[in-house]
Design a protein around this ligand. Structure first.
Ligand code: NAD
Ligand code: LMR
Length: 442
């Protein structure tokens, strides 16, 4: 069987070691000859680089490994680019969240105002990495899960329409693990789902078993009572306690439209006031990630490096990351697997903008993806999605035209922002904070 070469862009991410463990656990499906880490911050990548080398050597010493900050070394002779960069790193995520909170507005790093700021930073970083791929390995595929995924996907559609980039997200998969537990499936792959929306902004409309039996009404009834968790779940079933709170909050979200099952991120857009009331303006999600995931992963990587072995490591395979192997396998071996991807609508949702980037099921094979049709969607979902998609398009307009006004419109239109006065205050603070990253807006 052919062996593949992979580069992980954003090598210094806290997700890198668990993605490597996932790759190493799936070598029978996706054989590898080379794994490379690439980051533009050597110091950050060094937190994980040596431990990743040890993980790989102990599993399969025939796999070549290099960690580099040189794009040519990273991108030459690769089949797949797994891209999860965070331009500005967690320090900037922290400001994305805290600046809006100064004005009583939830920041939210993907679809809220924080995500708009992060989008303007991410676009050039992602485009730069696509350009490296096209220069050094033009036949490679980029599997891109850098956030904010919708804005990044819109920028890819606009500026790199012919590039071999597929935009994906693990969030629905995370929720589907719990949905499978709620409905009594052994794992989420026993379910055939229908879902539509934008990234971090969608709904499940059908969940069937292999025999075609529909379970969506059972799930709706359960979520109306408990949210997206089991009656006797506690925080230990989730990566941290805030994800447990998020799962419970689905109960309030679904009460607004009990005909389909919402992504839990709607808590930010529909219940921004509750989120603000429960958030310490000096200690947001970015701080939690630094104090939990980053400490745990970097600490364990340092320990592995010190003892020189990963035999008794506490690092765990990223089960959320399994979709990355599924997607790479589908592209490499033409499996026609059905996967949720972020793709141009092109009529799949018949009453929605053609050039919107929507998250819908697609069939994936060696030539890329073929989206499935969704049909017409109801007014409530359509209204929310139209507001959000236009807000995200305005961010990309602002990037393209270096336009202050477009960015002001984006923030004014954002569901989390109450009015144009607040939008302007947030924007002016964002400009100050993002001087090193944003184009100069005029
Ligand atoms: P992180 O800050 O821990 O790591 C990101 C790395 O990207 C850093 O080491 C940084 O130096 C590097 N980087 C920044 N700009 C770069 C560039 N231009 N080229 C190469 N490397 C660059 O961030 P994280 O919390 O691990 O998240 C990584 C990314 O993955 C984020 O975009 C996050 O939102 C995203 N994410 C996506 C999913 C998903 O499934 N869609 C899930 C979780 C996180
Ligand atoms: C991340 O950085 O992991 C986010 O995408 C989700 C979270 O943990 O807040």
């Amino acid at each position: 069987m052919k062996k593949f070469s992979i580069v992980i862009a954003g090598g210094g991410s806290t997700y890198t070691p668990e993605i490597i463990l996932m790759l190493l656990d799936n070598l029978d499906r996706l054989p590898l000859r080379s794994i490379k880490l690439y980051d533009n911050d050597e110091e950050r990548q060094n937190h994980v680089a040596k431990a990743c080398e040890i993980l790989i050597k102990e599993k399969d010493p025939t796999i070549q490994y290099v960690a580099t900050t040189d794009p040519e070394v990273a991108y030459t002779d690769v089949d797949f680019v797994l891209a999860h960069i965070r331009v500005g790193k967690l320090e900037m995520r922290s400001l994305d969240e805290k600046i809006p909170l100064k004005y009583g507005v939830v920041g939210q790093e993907t679809c809220g105002p924080g995500g708009m700021a992060y989008g303007l930073r991410s676009i050039p970083g992602v485009l730069e990495n696509i350009e490296y791929m096209e220069k050094y390995s033009p036949n490679a595929w980029m599997l891109n899960y850098s956030n904010p995924a919708s804005i990044v996907a819109e920028a890819c559609r606009r500026f790199k329409p012919n590039s071999r980039v597929i935009n994906i997200c693990d969030m629905p998969i995370g929720m589907e693990h719990t949905i499978a537990r709620i409905l009594g499936f052994k794992n989420r792959k026993e379910m055939c789902i229908r879902y539509y929306g934008l990234n971090h902004f969608g709904w499940w409309t059908s969940i069937k078993d292999k025999d075609g039996k529909e379970y969506i009404q059972d799930l709706i009834a359960h979520q109306l009572k408990y949210g997206n968790c089991l009656a006797d779940d506690d925080a230990s079933h989730y990566t941290d306690s805030s994800w447990f709170d998020t799962a419970k909050k689905v109960k309030d979200i679904i009460a607004i439209d009990p005909t389909m099952c919402p992504n839990s991120y709607f808590q930010y857009y529909l219940f921004g006031d509750d989120m603000v009331a429960h958030t310490d303006p000096n200690y947001t999600r970015a701080d939690q990630v630094v104090d939990t995931r980053e400490k745990r992963v970097f600490g364990e990587c340092a320990r592995i490096e010190k003892v020189g072995t990963a035999k008794d490591t506490t690092l765990q395979i990223g089960i959320h990351a399994e979709f990355i192997v599924d997607l790479a396998t589908a592209l490499a071996f033409n499996t026609h697997e059905r996967m949720l991807l972020i793709v141009p609508n092109n009529g799949a949702i018949s009453n929605f903008e053609k050039d919107a980037m929507v998250e819908i099921p697609c069939i994936v094979g060696k030539d890329g993806y073929e989206p499935l049709t969704v049909g017409e969607i109801p007014h409530f979902q359509k209204g929310l999605m139209e507001q959000q998609v236009n807000c995200e398009k305005l961010v990309v307009d602002a990037y393209e035209q270096h336009s202050y006004l477009k960015m002001l419109q984006a923030l004014t239109l954002n569901k989390c922002v109450p009015n144009a006065n607040v939008a302007r205050k947030i924007l002016d603070d964002f400009i100050e904070a993002n001087k090193a990253y944003w184009p100069e807006l005029k």
